[in-house]
Design a protein around this ligand. Structure first.
Ligand SMILES: [Zn+2]
Length: 224
């Protein structure tokens, strides 16, 4: 793409020399950058979610009102939109739109994409460009896991500890208790808090359950 646009730009100079009335100073192809972000780390099956998409010309042309489409893992268009006139705050040429999507009905990791078709502005052609992003779809979390977290030495509750059963997570309250809703399955339960060594426990969830985490203070050694 880059070499092609360089080539066209070179031939464009030649063309302009032989045609001084050309009103466009720099005819050619411009590279376009399409980005996607703010994608949730995990989405429950069939749930709606939102992402941000953006477009920018490498030469900072105004790409207001450029169309875009979002395509799923089978190449089916699942959303369409138009980039707004406004530039994203702090940028000179990035146009950003938010788009609502719906997760597939089967759990898994999917690759979707955002595509902006080519557009021609006078003698400048903005090439079609796309970017792909991952959509992690998880089962409906139907079981409740209660995690009781205590200090392993003095048995006091540990509050503010992060409880992770990937991709589900929660934080312990002042009584050291966190409740995590998860789908049926096998997990590694992790409990961490700045002062303590991270606690890890394999758990199999097929009903509501309670787990107990005893945290021990990080030993004072060379390591961090
Ligand atoms: Zn441009």
């Amino acid at each position: 793409m880059t070499s092609q646009s360089d080539e066209n730009r070179d031939s464009g100079f030649g063309t302009r020399d032989s045609n001084p009335e050309s009103p466009i100073p720099n005819p050619g192809n411009h590279a376009v950058n399409v980005v996607a972000w703010d994608i949730p780390t995990a989405i429950v099956v069939r749930e709606k979610f939102r992402i941000k998409v953006g477009v920018k010309c490498a030469h900072e042309c105004d790409l207001a009102n450029t169309d875009f489409g979002v395509y799923d893992h089978e190449g089916t268009q699942v959303a369409a939109g138009t980039f707004p006139v406004e530039r994203w705050p702090g940028t000179t040429a990035l146009h950003v739109a938010e788009v609502e999507l719906e997760a597939p009905s089967v759990e898994g990791l999917y690759t979707w994409s955002v595509r902006s078709p080519s557009r021609t502005d006078g003698e400048v052609t903005h090439a079609e460009e796309s970017v792909s992003f991952g959509v992690r779809v998880v089962a409906n979390p139907e079981y409740l896991v209660t995690v009781e977290t205590v200090d392993g030495i003095d048995r006091t509750p540990v509050s503010g500890a992060r409880v992770v059963m990937h991709p589900y997570r929660a934080v312990t309250d002042e009584r050291g208790i966190a409740r995590v809703r998860v789908a049926k399955g096998a997990y590694k339960l992790f409990v961490s808090q700045t002062r303590y060594v991270t606690f890890g426990l394999p758990v199999e969830v097929d009903a509501d359950m309670t787990a107990r985490a005893e945290l021990y203070v990080e030993p004072v050694t060379e390591r961090n």
